[in-house]
Every structure is written in structure tokens, then in C-alpha cells.
Design a protein around this ligand. Sequence first.
Ligand code: GAL
Length: 698
Amino acid sequence: MYYLKKSISVFSVMLGMAVFTATSQTPNRFFPDKELVTTGIYYYPEHWNESQWERDIRKISEMDFEFVHLAEFAWFKMEPAEGAYDFAWLDKVVDLCAKYNLKVVMCTPSATTPVWMRIKYPETFIMDGHYIRGENGTRGLASITNPSYRLFVEKIVTELAKRYGKNKHVTGWQIDNEPPAIPDYSPSSQETFRKWLKNRYKTIHALNVAWGAAFWSQWFNSFDEVIIPNTSLVGWWGNNPHALLDFKRYLADSQAEFLDFQAGILRYYISKDQYITTNYTAISTGADARRTQKLDFATYTAYPNGGSDNIGKLGFRLGDSKTILFASEFYKSVGGVSGVMEIQPGPVNWGSYNPLLLPGTVRMWLYHSFAAGGKLACSYRFRQILYSSEQYHAGIMLTDGVTASPGGEDYMQFIKEIKGLRQQYKPGAKMPEKLTSRSTAILWNLENYWTIDRQKQTWQWNAWNYPVKFLEITKALGAPTDIIAESADLSRYKLLVVPAYELADSALVKKWENFVMKGGHLIITCRTATKDRNGHFWEGPIAAPVSGLIGARVKAVDMLPPGNNGDVLMNSSHYKWNNWADLLEPVKNTEVLASYDNQFYKGKAAVIKRKAGKGTVTYIGVDTDDSDLEKEVLRSSYQEAGATTEDYPVGVYVYWRDGFNIAVNYSSENYAMNLPAKAKILVGEQVLKPAGVLVWSE
Ligand code: GAL
């Protein structure tokens, strides 16, 4: 057996000494281009009477879904008692799927453990910041560094992989569920954290320096003395930002290692035609998809409507337009392809309030994910459950189990329309030059979110939304935009946006400079390169490493109380700011694009630009309330790059993929798309209503 032959040590793997290696495969091959997107649905047979399984699966097939997502939380049924496995029930369901020509995405059940495990092995649960153990009742509370838990996971995944790894009806695997990278203060996590630190710092002195441990008597004499920094016990003011940054990194690394651990077991047994993925939350502030190595690609879960205002008077029914906007680009950048593994099928049970969606909204979300390149579109869940904490959560079917819900109707319409688009698909279509000339990258990583969110300096700073606002701007200007990592090849981009990229070093700044010298247009914004990788300030001016590149010193930083407006002047237009203002001192040959027009520093530069090599560097030191100033600055950068721009309203997003132009409308107003004379409308209407979709070819 795999787990007897290969005893994987948590710690050896985390220290980079993987027991075996398995490379992930080119993920595109799992999704034939001509199919565009494949659709699926979560089905939990364990929640329903066996006599209904065949009826349900037949219905899934009649609705034209193409795969069924199974077994994610069913550990209790797979291993009802320790070491006693039972897959007969799952075999029946897989056989039914085969009978009705449905593929299966098989899940590893590690997110919820059976009751016997809690009773006999309580250490398999995390400890919270008050050192209290978690217990059964929800998902994602396992202590992933705990050796007992790891052994049980290793065994169940091995059993599953051996049983279904060569089954031709199983198309792929999902590991775990929404990997949470949850803080764990248990003894096994403490131990693993110390090992992680030893590996990172080698000497305790280096750790003390990196953590600034001389402050408030935090100095350690050895690694054995280190404990996980715990804000629950030391309070907000007692936080050590450097230690907390490392704790976040450690949690994300542990989570990635745990996924890789499972992927490694699967890979050992399964066919190369089955893919391995997981389903991250669209906005994941803990788990970092970029840290895994053995998965084929990453998918995301999208719940845009949790009862918030969003755009305009209908926004509360349409959902947050930024959820799929960001997630689709970010997760695509991880493995080259992505898709949505869970999409909200209607009202959920956990929003601050849970209104009905505007008819067509689920379809619009599905199109949004598809437009941004999604290769699969799956929904949580087929039937609305009749009991449990999620009983108010909509399904694709109503509570009778046989009638499609409004979201189910939307889904069926999407599936039907995609079948139509497959007929129109022409291989080898190339993105039009008008769009490639606007190719844009936004540099983003989770570490900057962690460090800024910890020390915002003004409570009005939204560490998540700030970088995303630049994605909204580039999309409003009609630019195809990738979210990229530091290691990305920059050569195919005309514009590179670096928003509030706080942690940096001179090698990274050099890379940006090279991009500019070769003709790229770089936009850097406030807070960028203000700290080193440990989160320390530079012993020098603010943002010292970029001073030369931007052609200015950041002299000081201002922020205002709520409701108090700062004024910036650019090209005779006034813009309001409130959150953040860098006061800039440009050097000779640096052009001032915008200046502050009130406060005691009236006249100081707020936005500057300089030419360097064949390109330009623009620095935006101010965060305006409505992003209008930033949008105009970017518009002129596109002009400089020789590209035209569009002016789509907030919440209208337009994409090109595989020869199709696709627009979606999250706003509360109609929007008439300006189409070229040769445009052929394939889906929808030229006037996009709220929740409207338009697909056309040119
Ligand atoms: C997701 C989770 C699902 C389900 C859903 C409810 O975050 O992955 O299992 O609980 O939320 O909206």
C-alpha cells in the first residue's frame, strides 16, 4: 500500500524534501477547445434516499449537465468506523453517472472528518487562539499538520485513488474543499511552525532581527522558545507585524503542502487522463493557490451575492461584480486554465440578508466566468437540502427535488446557449490587434494584502479592494488584463500596473525598470516598495528602492478623517481624495501630472511621470474616492502605448475569448453596446439590461 511503502513526513515535505516528485501536466489538454466550457453540478447522494439516486442523476443528465461532483463531505460514509472502508454506495452512484453519460469529479473528503475520529483522536482538530479545540459540525477545522490526521487522510485518499483512479468515467479530482489555511495554535502546529522558521532563518539571531524582537522584550534565545504570535492573547497593540506576516506565510505554505501531499498520493495511482484541482474561495485571504506544485490547475468558488449594496438600486440582487472579475483572472494565472467549481445558484443562507436574484443573474455570472476563460462551470448544489444549517440555501432544484429553481432555469439556458456557441466555434481565432495593443498586467500577491491589512494606517484603506480597483479601471478602458506574479514574463504586456505593492526588493524594481527600458508603460501607485520583504522600513527615504525609477522622493504621507475631502487638480479637473496622499518631490525631467489643490501643502505633486528608455513610468501617489483620476491617468498611458481605449460604465465587463466577444452587465442601468457594422449577435441583445449578456462575433 502506498501509505505503508512511502511514509511521508509532514515536516520533511514542508522543508522542501518531498519524498517523491510528480509533475503536473499541461492542463489545457483536459478541456478540448471546441467544447468551450464544460458544466457540472454538486450532488450529495448521502443526503438523499437511495431510491431517489437514479431519478436525480437521470434529471441531471436530462438538464444537459456534463459532470457530477461527488463525495466532498462524505468521509463518514466511506469509513464508517476506523479502518473499515465502504465504497459500495459510491460505486453505485458512479455507475449511475456512467449509465447517464455523466462524468464524475471525485473529491477527497478531508474537509469533514467522521465522529469516531473526533472521539478517539481529538488532536485532529485545530486549536483556536484561546487554545480551545475545534470539533465536528462544520468543515475546514482539521489540524492539517497533525500526524494522526495526516495518516487518516493518507489512507482514505489512497483507498479512493486505488478505487477510482483508473475509472474512465472519473474525469478529475478535487482535493479538500475551499482550502482555508485556518490559523491553528495546536501543539502540532506550534511544532511545525518552529520547523518552518528554522528552515527560513537558520539562526535564532536572524529570526530575532527579522521580527524586530528587540522591541518590547520579545527576544528569543532558541527556536524552542518561539510560539505562534497570538493576537487573541496579546491584543491588537501587542501584535508583531513581522511575526504575524510569517505566521500567514507559514499557514499558506502548510495549506499548499497539504494539498500537494494529497495530490502526490493521487498522482501515484490515478490515470494521467484525470486532472487534480481544488476549489479555492474567490477571495482567499489565507490560502495561496500559487504555493502548490502538484495540482494541475486551480478553480474557485463564487458567491457574489451575500446581501450588500453593489452597483445601483438593483445591485443587491445582482451581486458584487468584483468577485468573478478578480477570481477568474487570478486563478487562471496559477495553472494556465481555471473555472468556477461552485457558483451561487440563487439566494444563500449566510448573507446579511438573502434577496431573490434578478432573473438572469446566475446566467450572467456563468457567462462572466466563461468570458474570462473559464473551462468548467459547476454549481453548488443540485437539490436544496431539507435540513441542516444550509436548508435555506438555494439549489438548482427546489425542495421538491424535481422542479428547477430560477437559478436552475438560468443554468439550463446557459448550457443550451453554450451548445449553440460550440457550433459557432472556429479553431485558431486570434485576439484582435485593437485588444492586444492594450495588453495589461496587474502585479498582485497575497503577502501585500497581509502586510497592508495588518497595518492599514487608516481604517478607510481597503486592502482587498485597492488593487482590484485597478482591474476595474483597466476593464472599463477595454484592456485585456492578467493578474500576474513577480515571476511572470512581462514581454507581452504594454502596460504593467503595480498597485500598493508594499513588500519589494531591488531585484524586483530592476525587473520593472527593464520592462520600461524596453518600451513598457509602468504605473506604480502609493505604498509600493515602502518595506523590505520582512516588512521593515528602509533606512532611507520612503519607498527608497523606487525613488530613482519614479523620479521623485515621497516626502510625506497624509490621510484625512471620514467625510473630509482632499482636492487634486489635473488638466483643470478637480478630483476628491480621502484615504491616502503621498506628497511627492519630483526631480528634474519628471513631469507633474496632478497636484494637491487644498490642505497646507497645496501645490505639491500627487501624480508624476517620466520617460525612461523606450517607455514611461507613472507614479500615482493619491487614492481618489471614485477612481476617476486614476482612470484618466491610465487612459493617457494607453494613448502613449499607441492603443485606443473604451469607456465602459462601472459593472459592464467586455471580454474576448476563442473568437467570441462577450459582455455582461452588473449595473442597474441598461447599456447599449456599440457594435461594429459587421458584428453578428449570437446571444442576447445589443442593449444589455441589468443582468444582461451579449455574445457577438466580428
Ligand atoms: C461554500 C462551500 C460549500 C457550501 C457553500 C454555501 O463556501 O464550499 O460547501 O457550504 O459555501 O454557500
